[in-house]
Design a protein. Structure first.
Length: 344
């Protein structure tokens, strides 16, 4: 799966392969919307569990094809999140009967702006495919259940100036120089670390881009600093944007992307059951995941999957093969009601 190139916007080949793999399983009803593929069991059980994961990756960083050295599998998407997808496919084939119905959701466009998100598209076009009582996002968590997720928004902070010839710079006002004030506010910013429903979150406000300049002999009359705010789920999108406006008071802000977070939801019965089966101490998800979309649908959702989240999007992305097997065995035991059962 790692060697099937699927950078955001190029998921079709992988989606085709996943669709065919699911169509080969007679106990699943398989549907597709664009490059999002959904397989559902029809056991007529009282509860339904959703396992979901995104097909896309960030751009390569000289980390294709995959490399297996001993127990270490390296390559683009090994942690985020093709090892999780592999576990989903294995479970789809292995769990042919279960006390709960199961839905497997493979979708596109998670690693880019929210408007391109394939799960968002399913929520809008095919919400009947996403009914359930608990969703498990197979994002990399190091084998620990992670509750909720942070919200994320991006703004362009616009810094005005006045254009002039660089030989007579005093007649203008350099917008790039003035952008230093925006950077000073970011350098001195102290992020919150709130505890939400028992889990500790850590916010972040950071410049992720800067642009400005007209020509080599012109004083620039505008500079733009792009800022990303990762906010804890005790704030909604409106509150988060209001906070960012306060930080950059005196500058014009343009909101370019926004996605709400999700509270942990670990007090829900199925979520508690999963935590008990997996073991370990749950922690907050320090990042945005599509648990937020399921939460908005009223479906409790958690993150759980193989791989170290700190390795996501890095050149050295890798995952221990043992971690993939462990995630498969843990979920197989939980779904079948036989903890400790391992796949053949």
């Amino acid at each position: 799966m790692v060697d099937v190139y699927s950078e955001s916007g190029h998921e079709t080949v992988l989606a085709d392969l996943v669709e065919q793999a699911l169509l080969d399983l007679p106990h699943l009803q398989v549907t597709r919307d664009g490059d999002a593929v959904v397989g559902r069991t029809v056991f007529s059980r009282e509860q339904r569990v959703i396992l979901a994961g995104h097909l896309d990756t960030v751009p390569p960083a000289d980390n294709l094809p995959a490399r297996l050295v001993g127990d270490r599998l390296s390559g683009l998407g090994t942690a985020d999140m093709k090892s999780g997808l592999a576990v989903m496919l294995r479970l789809a084939g292995l769990v042919t009967d279960c006390a709960r119905d199961l839905t497997y959701v493979f979708y596109d466009g998670e690693e880019v702006e929210a408007v391109r998100n394939g799960l968002k598209r399913l929520v809008e076009r095919q919400p009947q495919w996403l009914t359930g009582d608990l969703a498990v996002l197979m994002e990399p968590t190091g084998g620990v259940v992670e509750g909720g997720c942070q919200g994320s928004l991006r703004v362009d902070v616009v810094v005005p100036g006045r254009r002039a010839h660089s030989a007579r710079s005093w007649l203008g006002e350099n917008a790039v120089h003035r952008a230093g004030e925006v950077l000073d506010r970011l350098r001195s910013y102290q992020p919150r670390q709130p505890v939400v429903d028992g889990l500790a979150f850590h916010e972040g406000l950071n410049a992720v881009g800067i642009r400005g300049g007209v020509a080599g002999n012109v004083i620039p009359d505008e500079a733009v600093v792009t800022v990303n705010y990762r906010f804890a789920p005790d704030r909604d999108e409106a509150q988060a944007l209001s906070h960012v406006r306060d930080v950059f008071a005196g500058f014009d802000l343009h909101l370019t992307d926004s996605a709400a977070g999700a509270r942990p939801g670990l007090d829900q019965p199925l979520a508690r059951d999963l935590v008990e089966a997996i073991g370990g101490r749950p922690r907050a998800k320090l990042g945005w995941t599509d648990v937020a979309r399921f939460s908005a649908l009223g479906i409790p959702a958690v993150n759980y999957g193989p791989g170290d989240p700190a390795l996501s999007h890095t050149r050295d992305e890798h995952v221990p093969v043992a971690a993939i097997r462990e995630a498969e065995d843990q979920l197989l035991g939980w779904l079948t009601g036989r903890p400790g059962e391992t796949a053949a």
